[in-house]
Design a protein around this ligand. Structure first.
Ligand code: SF4
Length: 603
């Protein structure tokens, strides 16, 4: 028995204090928060409490990167390994430095149970430089000196709440506000208009505005709400996807922080339109620290008569919103995986059709939109469709929020009318002759300077909102390699083209980055990209080849330079790998080495 594991009495006492209808993810978060892990022996008790199969509870724990069944440290540190703002800095490797200061080996928890340190991908702090999460709280602007102090605080067991307040303060860097960010927060004005117009009027106004979903796919919002509303069922649901996990994106953090009222107003409008009584906001696990603020805003809206029963005095309008917090699974940003997760299952994307508009949460019609879309819908009802339509292009009305990070003088959040050229955006954020731009995160596209005259729009360059500026000094292969590992880690494993393909691609990218790849490796890697794109079950698998394909398309010379002239080279240097064997046997004569002719004969 592990002496660090909490005893069952403690676990059962915590479970006793929870309501039986508490969401599984909340139960798991709460147990882990209190006990530093979810003890294996607690799984049957959790299942019994919630009336779920034991296998389902166990599967959900194993599915999420943030849940652990062996004790993590009293201080749980998660380092972002983003290639742009991660732990590799000019002065060295921050992660290694901290591990060595605190005597932590790899991901293991230190023997005294004080601290554990692990890597994670993209914690939504790319505009704040190297950052980490300590017990779920963001600590930004890390450097070697700050880590020295952080290690002292941990060794002295200083509670995180007593750490320097400025470390935890997240200043939202709104560099260029536009239509949505300049508009005042809404506290019932749009709902009031919606009540006056009725469902048909709301849909008409949204249709006229041309609003399309801001997640990247660009499906018409009015059309989605109409399809959900028209699906005959006893109940309808509204879901806000606040699980932005695309590398390089952090705009939702600012929206949830500064515009939560307007977001909830948009969800309430949607409910009015669909005749829904229940809504969910699915919050990214990395943003769990925003939960108290969001719950406060919800409570205020209930007090103001903007949520709950009799909204704004209308006896036939009742709606409320529940927040469910994820736990480090990128795939849960996919809408059907998100719905599975809301249902307390693993976030495996569903077979579609049927689509959520007819068969969503618990099989009921469900409208899923992201944070920015709900915000835009609310402001359209407040200001009118013309206000929105007058901004942007014919097919892309309105504005788009961008999270801009990387090698530029002014990282932060920018809001542009659709149709703005990439060159203008780069000039505004102070990007000095970048060698490339990664638009749309890992699943997006790497663009060379020849593409900078293109425009941000659904008809040209569509983006979910992440723009990473890549300076001349950066290694583009290392970036693609990081994304390949990201996909291999985040693949849910349901279908073979993605599960196996993402692993193979990460190996090919390792070989390419190490300078051992040949044109045959490249051909094979491109075949994997093609197979994954054609046969994967969901968008994640279809995108795993994008980093390599973009490199091939826009940087063919770089790719050609990286390839070995031979038809085949092994992934590593076999002769060098035998060094240890030669040392132990005290032989270093020619016969103990692999001869060149041997290597070629086997290549
Ligand atoms: Fe899962 Fe990848 Fe298949 Fe999507 S494509 S279902 S993430 S294995």
């Amino acid at each position: 028995m592990n002496p660090l594991l909490p005893d069952m009495q403690q676990t059962l006492a915590l479970l006793d204090n929870m309501q039986p209808d508490t969401h599984l993810l909340h139960v798991l978060h709460a147990l882990q928060e209190a006990l530093q892990c979810i003890p294996p022996a607690a799984v049957p008790a959790i299942a019994g409490k919630l009336g779920l199969p034991i296998s389902q509870v166990q599967a959900v724990i194993e599915f999420h990167a943030f849940f652990h069944q062996s004790p993590r440290g009293q201080y749980r540190i998660l380092f972002s390994n983003c290639p742009q703002c991660g732990f590799q800095v000019a002065g060295g490797n921050l992660l290694q430095h901290l591990r060595s200061l605190l005597h932590v080996k790899g991901d293991a928890t230190r023997e005294d149970g004080r601290v554990s340190i692990a890597e994670t991908s993209f914690i939504g702090m790319c505009d704040h430089g190297p950052s980490l999460l300590v017990n779920g709280l963001p600590v930004s602007g890390m450097d070697m000196e700050k880590l020295d102090l952080l290690a002292i605080l941990i060794e002295r067991q200083t509670p995180v709440s007593s750490w320097p307040a400025e470390w935890m303060r997240i200043s939202e860097r709104i560099r260029l506000p536009g239509l949505l960010l300049q508009a005042a927060q809404l506290k019932g004005e749009a709902v009031q208009t919606g009540l006056r117009l009725g469902a048909a009027g709301i849909l008409h106004e949204l249709q006229q505005s041309g609003l399309r979903g801001r997640g990247g796919a660009g499906f018409g919002t009015a059309q989605k709400w109409l399809m959900t509303r028209d699906a005959q069922a006893a109940k309808h649901y509204v879901v806000c996807n606040a699980d932005e996990g695309e590398p390089g994106t952090f705009k939702d953090r600012a929206l949830l922080h500064l515009h939560a009222d307007t977001l909830f107003e948009g969800m309430t409008l949607s409910a009015l339109c669909l005749n829904a009584q229940h809504g969910f906001l699915y919050l990214r696990g990395e943003y769990r620290y925003l939960l108290p603020h969001l719950l406060d805003v919800l409570a205020q809206r209930r007090q103001q008569g903007l949520l709950g029963k009799n909204i704004l005095g209308h006896a036939d309008f009742a709606f409320d919103i529940e927040i469910v917090v994820g736990a480090g699974a990128y795939i849960c940003g996919e809408e059907s995986a998100l719905i599975e997760s809301l249902e307390g299952k693993r976030g495996i994307p569903r077979v579609r059709p049927p689509f959520p508009v007819t068969h969503g949460y618990l099989g009921y019609p469900t409208a899923v939109n992201n944070v920015e879309t709900f915000l835009a819908a609310a402001q359209i009802l407040r200001h009118g469709s013309e206000w929105f339509r007058n901004c942007g292009t014919a097919q892309s009305s309105g504005s788009k929020l961008l999270s801009i990070s990387g090698d530029c003088a002014r990282p932060g959040i920018y809001e542009y009318p659709y149709g703005t050229r990439l060159a203008q955006i780069l000039q505004d954020c102070g990007a000095d002759q970048p060698q490339a731009v990664q638009l749309g995160g890992a699943a997006g596209t790497l663009l060379d300077p020849g593409q900078f005259s293109r425009t941000l729009s659904f008809e040209d360059l569509s983006s979910s909102g992440s723009l990473m500026v890549i300076g001349q000094q950066r290694n583009l292969l290392a970036l693609a390699q990081n994304f390949a590992h990201f996909f291999a880690h985040e693949s849910c494993g349901f279908c073979t083209p993605c599960r196996v393909g993402s692993k193979l691609l990460s190996q090919y990218l390792d070989k390419l980055a190490a300078g051992h790849a040949t044109c045959i490796d490249m051909e094979l890697a491109l075949q994997v990209c093609n197979t994954a794109s054609l046969y994967s079950h969901c968008g994640l698998g279809k995108s795993i080849g994008n980093p390599l394909l973009s490199l091939q398309q826009y940087f063919p010379q770089l790719m050609a330079q990286c390839l070995q002239p031979d038809s085949y080279t092994p992934q590593f240097d076999l002769d060098a790998a035998l060094f240890e064997a030669r040392r132990i046997t005290q032989r270093d004569d020619a016969a103990a080495h692999l001869a060149n002719d041997y290597r070629h004969a086997h290549s």
